[in-house]
Design a protein around this ligand. Sequence first.
Ligand SMILES: [Zn+2]
Ligand SMILES: [Zn+2]
Length: 288
Amino acid sequence: MKILQDMHIHSHHSCDSACSTLPDIRKDREELGIAHFGVTDHLHTQYNMPDIVSSRRDFLCFNFPENYHFGIEITCMAAWECERIASGDFVARGDVPIYGFRDDERPFDGRMCLDITLEDMRANGIEYVVGGIHWPQGFPSSRSEAIDNYFQQEMFLAEHPLVDIVAHTWYSLEMASGDWYRNRDKEHIDWGVHLEIPEEIKTRLGETICKNGKLAELNIATLTSYSEEVAVSHMKMYALWKEMGVKFTIGSDQHSAHPNKEQFVKMENLLDRFGFTREDFALPAFRK
Ligand SMILES: [Zn+2]
Ligand SMILES: [Zn+2]
């Protein structure tokens, strides 16, 4: 199946290593024959809202066609992190909270937040929201705790009124389970955890995405870089969701200057292998 959309792309306005320009994103998509696409720079908390403002201002400098959309990728945060940023409680400790407070080991109290308001959405012309997990809340101490923590976050995103697309499910679970965030080395990555996610949890998540009218993302960057067995376990879950009526988007999650064409071919092969057709894909209801 030829990929005809790319709804998850980062530009140089993202706070991380992303480096593509907005005009290059368009030019590259036109070369790839992509019919609908959108830029989705990262928003973690209000602390990095200026990135979105600058992305939007840049976007408005060009007379882009209507099939080039302006979105964001928002991170599921612990509520206390957003509260700490709102109160200005970070300069005193000398930390710059672009990614929240990853070193603050207070226990996760179960409260989550997306640090954006409807007013921010309107003011920045945000047409759609991709919601993603980028790290654990707290420090899970076992595989099952890591899975449970990620499941809670995915469910929060799937039920959140501002989220249109649930991004790269289970992304970074291997790092949460391996305690990478405390150690930050290769020895603390637990790929096996991806094969231990209970079927019941996968089904409940698919049901919740479907019931709430959200779209699930097939993330090219992650699915084409996993080992065969991890990729298969995820694609089987998505194939199951497809049978349950879930509709999907595709996103390259490009951070490089230009898209990786080999990854697109690899992803198209995965789609064919797991029986995906054009009918399984949709676009978010863009806010105007
Ligand atoms: Zn992401
Ligand atoms: Zn991304």
